[in-house]
Design a protein around this ligand. Structure first.
Ligand code: ARG
Length: 469
């Protein structure tokens, strides 16, 4: 279909079909219809307020846009690629419905400030959703961390058993990653919440517009400061996608651990049957596909970050059509993050930790060797000497296939005479974690405190997130 364009006046010939297909964005930007309609209603009200529209015209526009919204939501709206984008589709339909009043809506406005406004409205809501999702996931993590505050597991560096830690402490590390993600989204929201409307194509408009009014109507913190910047700036998209990429990297790391922990070799956790899938050939298999997909999906969001940075790089002021390329990646980022948040939360709340196996693994690998060295230091032995002595003890225990906690006092004394009976508490995994009881430490008592203060922080975050909306 080769339709006449709203901008067709200066053109002698119709657009080539291939150009129409190449330039259209309505196939994906129609997703912005609620924001587009909301922005248009605010703009019309502002125009009426400054006397550019009569009250009656404004009412017709607002009514017409409301009906178009219902048409869209009932699936009756006919989207036309010949009308390029969501903006011209809706405006053209409005004119069809209400005639001349509809033709006045675009006064003092351009699609350039319109699309920037729509996208900011869209991302503001998306951020609110994502923030709620993160808060929900944190809540689930806190509950599991609380339940596993005493559960001992091996802690790793280089993926080699290092020192015993508690499962609660490990999960609280995840919670901290998510806390930074949350703060990043909340911080970025302030920069999203700025209104471009009034910048028009790039230079503003000669009409006596009331930008503060429109901003209030749309819940924006403030109108933008510079019209050239406002129509070309997509920093807010970059920041959003960067925050999302970071969150996805965190998810990927968590997923990776869940996958490792659920292997036969680790055997630390059981993911419920409802969260795993089978193999079409190997009957015994129960695969952690959900975690794997979460890990895999980080790839696309990281890709979107590279894409949006590249789209913006090299653009002169002010608006350029390159910016149309920001949308699909933004939508896919939002969808991916939302899906992963939801699935991570259900997975978290359905994990079963095999406490016996975790303890056994913490006993293997001489995880309490550092505790023995620290014990010697407390007896006055210089740390380097203690390190050396314990190294020899580990070698001995290895040769006799025993753990340090299984060596007798006499045996231990062979490596250093300063060892006494009170050493035994330190050589078990539970004894080891108990001693690490400073703020930020892994002791069960500290995990409980960390959980309690994180619960308070979560409640504060919830309250301030709601307040900022
Ligand atoms: N569809 C465009 C975008 O997504 C908005 C329209 C601006 N187009 C223009 N030719 N000035 O960025």
């Amino acid at each position: 279909m080769n339709t006449r364009k709203p901008w067709g006046g200066r053109f002698q010939r119709l657009t080539d079909r291939r150009v129409e297909a190449f330039t259209q964005s309505v196939s994906f930007d129609r997703r912005l219809y609620p924001q587009d309609i909301r922005g248009s209603i605010a703009h019309a009200r502002m125009l009426a307020r400054i006397g550019v529209l009569t009250a009656a015209e404004c009412d017709q526009i607002v009514g017409g846009l409301g009906q178009i919204q219902s048409e869209i939501e009932r699936g009756e709206f006919e989207w036309s690629p010949a009308l390029e984008d969501v903006h011209m589709n809706i405006e053209t339909r409005l004119i069809e419905r209400i005639g001349d009043a509809g033709k006045k809506l675009h006064t003092g406005r351009s699609r350039n400030d319109q699309v920037a406004t729509d996208l900011r409205l869209y991302l503001r809501d998306a951020v609110d959703d994502i923030v709620d999702g993160i808060l929900g996931l944190q809540q689930s993590l806190l509950d599991v961390a609380d339940a596993e505050a005493d559960t001992v597991m091996p802690g790793y560096t280089h993926l080699q058993v290092a020192q015993p830690v508690t499962v609660g402490h490990h999960l609280m590390a995840w919670l901290e990653m998510l806390e930074r993600d949350l703060q990043r989204f909340l911080d970025g929201r302030r920069r999203i919440n700025v209104m471009p409307l009034g910048s028009a194509a790039l230079a503003g408009t000669s009409f006596p517009i009331d930008r503060a009014f429109t901003a209030r109507e749309l819940g924006f913190e403030t109108p933008s400061n510079n019209s050239l910047d406002a129509v070309s700036d997509r920093d807010f998209v970059i920041e959003f996608v960067a925050g999302a990429a970071m969150l996805m990297v965190h998810f990927s790391r968590m997923a990776e651990e869940l996958i490792l922990w659920s292997t036969q070799q680790f055997g630390f956790i059981e993911m419920g049957d409802a969260f795993c899938t089978g193999s079409s050939i190997m009957p015994q298999k129960k695969n952690p596909d959900v975690a794997e997909l979460t890990r895999g999906k980080s790839g696309r969001v990281i890709g979107h970050l590279m894409a949006v940075l590249t789209v913006i790089k090299g653009q002169p002021l002010a608006y350029n059509r390159d910016n149309q390329e920001d949308k699909e990646l933004t939508f896919d980022t939002v969808d991916t993050v939302r899906d992963c948040l939801e699935i991570m939360q259900v997975m978290m709340s359905n994990l079963v930790f095999h406490r016996e196996r975790l303890l056994e693994a913490a006993r293997d690998g001489f995880a309490t060797a550092t505790d023995l060295a620290e014990y010697l230091v407390l007896q006055g032995v210089p740390f380097r000497d203690a390190h050396e002595a314990v190294g020899r003890a580990v070698h001995y225990a290895l040769e006799h296939a025993r753990d340090l906690s299984e060596l007798s006092l006499e045996e231990l004394r062979r490596f250093h005479p300063a060892v006494d009976e009170d050493v035994t508490d330190r050589l078990t995994a539970a004894g080891s974690v108990k001693l690490r009881s400073h703020p930020g430490g892994t002791a069960p008592s500290c995990v409980r405190e960390a959980v309690a203060s994180a619960r308070e922080r979560l409640a504060q975050n919830r309250a301030s997130a709601t307040e900022s909306r």
